[in-house]
Design a protein around this ligand. Sequence first.
Ligand SMILES: [Zn+2]
Length: 375
Amino acid sequence: MEKKELKTKHGNIQLPAFLPDATYGSIRTASFNDVKKAGINEIVSTTLHLEQKIGSQYIKKMEGLHKFLNWNRPILTDSGGWQVFSLINSNKGNKQNRITDLGCSFIDPASGDYSLLTPEGSIVIQANLGADIMTVLDDPIIGDASLKARKQSVELTTKWASRSKQKFDEIYNGSYKPYLGAVIQGADDKKMRKESAEQLLELDFDLYNFGGIPMYSDISWKKDFPTGFYREMLAYVSDLIPDNKYKYAMGVGQPEDIAYCVDAGWDIFDTVLPTRNARHGYLYVNEGQGNESKSYDSKRANKTLSYDIMHLRSERYKYDDSPVDETCDCECCRTVSRAYLRHLIRIKEPAGQRLCTIHNLAFYAKWMEQLRIKN
Ligand SMILES: [Zn+2]
């Protein structure tokens, strides 16, 4: 039986779902009204960034993130684990940046303040925010980490998942419970991925997430890796998770990777790609509209799904007064020409970045629609 939706108290999430990243409680350059009009129904927000920039206690006082943002649709929060991992790895020289059994300690490079993020603390922050779907703190590692590091990461991730769940059950001891997801680690090692999945399945979470380096089929973090590697690993990990659990492919990805992962059984996706690329004039458009073609033979959609990339900064659009995508009815495509938008992007004008963001989100929303099971 295929899962079609995930019910939250802020509405149902139609599956498979793509969630854009509202890192600091905002999709950069766009308003939430823009985001809704683009067809987006749910967002991801970043626990650690919100805690550091404004504080979850403050947001709790403001009656939660939904009310604060005036976003009355589902919100998924991450655990902060990935941000801490990135912070620690980019500031290895600082001895206060380290992972222990207790949690992650680190110096915030912006404020210089010492912070400790524990598994329990991450759950408390996410509860203060009032997330509909939460994520337990994990210990991510890079793909080719040593066997010792892989083992440690899997072990610690399970320990922290267990402590997180305990804290979660303490906070939510009544009839209402948000969803809670655990993150499967194990890097590039199938055996370790299996161990991680088995240990976390014993703890019985609602969601199981693919942890580690996000996968982009055309941007490999490790140059000598075959492109298909992550696809194979994602399919392998999906098969380790029973189908009655929700499967969240964190950080995936390009439209064709999402379509692949849907075929492999994954339900939920988040990536900064459409919004970040939009701000650089890298647009996702329907077939025949852009200057670089992509396609994927989708089992779920039962057809070949195709789209084009448009590099809007290119000289070829300088005198082009047609809309970005003739077949799209978003605000961007209804109101401005490629030539004008190209000008705005070239001078980094926020008004242009906003319109491109709206278009890319509308493209992703429609892409997901094609991958949903029709009644
Ligand atoms: Zn459009």
